[in-house]
Ligand binder design. Structure first.
Ligand code: XMP
Length: 529
């Protein structure tokens, strides 16, 4: 299924990992659809999609270095407004006959911007304002027809524009929150200069997606592997909104889910949404499969392979299923190589290949979230009526608690870990909620991003009452992160750590000690296996 492009959209040309994503998200936050393209997309290919505006992202390279990311300069004369940030400003300058050189010193972090004369882009913002800079090179001579609209003490061309050709750029980063008027500048570009509408709203998106799914699926049947995670849950709710009982969800319960999770899936999807749900009780089969296995990679492989066996065993028994719905989201697509391959189609293929279809079995895929960022998926979930606790659920690995039990997974260890993990989550959910109430921001600086218990394969001596104990410790892991690529251990208040510790030893049989993991990633990973 091809996602239809909304009538108005902004094409973000990405000149370096992550820069484009942030810009695309900021544009969407302002309710305008945006999509990321590799920086070397050709003008013909881009023009065929009819973007309403183009933004050139920043990037870590120097425009004069070897192998520097390049762009098709015809994009600058397509008649569509273009806005360049940082590297985007420099490449715009060079392509149009200007010059870029090294500044005397680099400029990293906050800088004072001084406006110069009139500016269509900066109109309405103060004469002096704080902006976020990160550069060593800068434009030293603007192209013909351009004028300089601001400077800093270090940077002679902090912004420039040629309104007649609808070309604008800044050396600073309006997409970064530390740029005081960054949002106002983006708004000015999108709404005043480009005349765009705020059409990217959740209600519009749901209507559009529902229409697309209906048009694609018709009266055919769809199956979906529901894990209870955010992406598969939102996909299920959306597809069900579109085609009702033509959707069947299959929930493979491998027994290593967290306390209360299978019940929540049943409650939400069977009772609240009335979705046809097949709950596959595979706990016993998984227990046998994992007996005696201690190697982390072996555990992961066995769990993953069995998952698809269980799923397809059910799928093949159902009559007339033609589609498999998947919760693939936009970062999965981008990170799996959109940039390298330069096209969506080939990227999606590599995703499809991840599913081990059995011999002779084939389903077409629908991936209705393939253009959404995670925070948009959450908003979509809320708009579709999914409960907040499911929508704000923290990441949970596919192999489940098996990779948080060091050594062999046994029913006794699983029982201990489930109880201890429930305490950690209850206390840190409450801690996050308190932070949210104080700051109004779910991603506030000290919020825990992921938190759980780990059961190591050791015992230690303790004393409870007058009795010596020889029992297991629990490791508490709580991290701050934005994307799991890097993470830091959460600086939890002592009273919060103390309460978790005393509750675990009081409430969980078989545990006599609690320790807190204070290692960032890198060098550690978030999970223990
Ligand atoms: P690590 O341990 O590599 O984890 O720092 C990074 C993030 O990925 C999650 N994770 C997984 N998610 N299947 C998943 O769906 C997996 O096999 C898996 N392993 C790790 C982990 O929970 C963290 O959020």
């Amino acid at each position: 299924m091809q996602t239809q492009m909304p009538q108005q959209f902004v094409a973000v040309l990405d000149f370096g990992a992550q820069y484009g994503q942030l810009i695309a998200r900021r544009v969407r936050d302002l309710h305008v659809y945006s999509e990321i393209f590799p920086c070397d997309v050709s003008a013909d290919e881009l023009a065929a999609k009819h973007p309403s505006a183009v933004i050139l992202s920043g990037g870590p390279a120097s425009v004069y270095a070897d192998d520097t990311p390049d762009m098709d300069e015809r994009i600058l004369s397509m008649g569509v407004p273009v806005l360049g940030f940082c590297y985007g400003q420099q490449i715009m300058a060079v392509k149009l006959g200007g010059k870029v050189g090294h500044t005397q010193k680099g400029e990293y972090g906050p800088a004072k911007l001084h406006r110069q004369g009139d500016s269509v882009l900066l109109d309405g913002t103060p004469q002096e304002q704080t902006v976020w800079m990160s550069h060593r090179d800068a434009v030293s001579q603007v192209p013909e027809g351009f004028r300089v609209t601001s400077t800093t003490d270090t940077c002679p061309v902090a912004s420039m524009e040629c309104p007649e050709r609808r070309l604008f750029s800044t050396q600073f980063h309006p997409e970064v929150r530390h740029t005081e008027c960054g949002k106002a500048i983006l708004e000015r570009f999108l709404f005043n200069i480009c005349g765009l509408q705020k059409s990217w709203t959740m209600d519009n998106i749901i209507d559009q997606k529902v229409d697309e799914i209906r048009a694609e699926v018709g009266d055919r049947k769809v199956i979906l592997a529901l894990s209870g995670g955010v992406d598969s849950s939102v996909t299920a709710a959306l597809v069900h909104r579109a085609i009702g009982d033509q959707l069947t969800c299959v929930f493979v319960n491998h027994g290593m889910l967290r306390k209360g999770e299978p019940e929540m899936v049943e409650e939400v999807f069977r009772k609240q949404f009335n979705v046809p749900l097949i709950h596959v009780h595979a706990e016993e089969r998984y227990a046998q499969l994992l007996a005696g296995v201690t190697d982390p990679e072996q555990k992961r492989r066995r769990i993953g392979t069995q998952f698809w066996k269980e799923f397809f065993a059910v799928a093949q028994q159902l009559d007339g299923i033609e589609y498999l719905a998947q919760g693939t989201i936009y970062p999965d697509i981008i990170e799996s190589g959109a940039r390298k391959t330069g096209g969506k189609a080939s990227t999606i293929k590599s995703h499809h290949n991840l599913i081990p279809f059995p011999e002779g079995v084939h389903f077409d895929l629908i991936e209705p979230l393939d253009h959404f960022f995670k925070d948009e998926v959450r908003q979509l979930g809320i708009a579709l009526g999914l409960p907040a606790k499911l929508v704000w659920r923290q990441p949970f690995p596919g192999p489940g608690l098996a990779i948080r039990i060091i050594g062999e997974v046994t029913p006794q260890k699983l029982a201990i870990l489930k109880e201890a993990d429930a305490v950690v989550r209850e206390e840190l959910d409450a801690y996050n909620q308190r932070l949210y109430e104080q700051t109004g921001d779910r991603n506030s600086e000290h919020a825990c991003w992921q938190y759980f218990a780990v059961l190591p394969d050791i015992k230690s001596v303790g004393v409870m009452g007058d009795e010596r104990t020889y029992q297991r410790p629990i490791i508490v892991r709580a991290v701050e992160s934005t994307d799991a690529m890097t993470a830091d251990w959460a600086k939890l208040p002592y009273d919060v750590i103390g309460k978790i510790s005393s509750r675990i030893v009081d409430e969980v049989d078989g545990v006599n000690r609690v320790v807190y993991d204070v290692t960032p990633k890198p060098p550690a990973t978030i999970e223990w296996e």
